[in-house]
Design a protein around this ligand. Sequence first.
Ligand code: CO
Length: 294
Amino acid sequence: MIRLSRIILSLSLVLALAAPAVAGHDAKKEAKRAIVVAAFGTTVPEAAPAIAKMVERVRAAYPGVPVTLCYTAAMIRAKLAKDGKHVPSPAEALAALPDAGVTDVALMSLQTIPGSEYHDLVRTAAAFSRMPKGLSHVAVSAPLLFEQDDFPAVSKALLSAAPKDRKPGEAVVFVGHGTEHPANMAYPALQYSLWRIDPNAFVATVEGTPSFDDAIADLKAKGIKKAWLIPLFAVAGDHARNDMAGKEKDSLASSLAAAGIEARPVLSGTAEHDAVAAVWLDHLKTTFDALPGK
Ligand code: CO
């Protein structure tokens, strides 16, 4: 008898475990979409409005859709937190959404190339997709320079944003970050694309290829006497202000001056220019429209 009751007990335990959840607990949530804009972030107060402007553009394009901003750079978030400014990480921004009824998210990559920052976003998105009682889908939109068609489109957009004061024979140099990540190849690819439209448009990167020296050699070879330096960063932050335009002798502006080329730095980020922003917004639309929610 004892044996039998033990069997019945363990059998009922197994049945209880296999039984469906109480009706209602597993009821399918109604799909609701949201957008999270993921910028690298900046501690330069003059650079932050460029990011805010992008968020405004997204809000205007998606009325009624919740839009939040996050910064991917932990160092920048920590620095801002010391000044009492809280900007969430991508994970923090995503984690807050299920309680607001959101099921599907377009995570907008405000990166320039598909480097490590972008791939970290992809991994974060994967981790937050299909999480129990969490979000169903998190999809990352393409950064500025992602696929073949982006290169001529971005080249055109960048050149349309070049200073109106530029005279024939003067160069524009678009100064980007550069990286050891294989995605650095986007920069020489952009150079190729720019040259097909404007032979006096150049790309230089702080940490990758083409290097400052590469660009200076090209400018000299073409006999350029004056160059406008334009950030190829979403915002004109620390790298644009110091590495590109700074007074230090290894900045691009100083190196050009030493090579006998007049440098005219422009301190505005690519996210500030409507034509460039349009490419990012186009990438977001592709991702947002593919989300299953309404
Ligand atoms: Co950097």
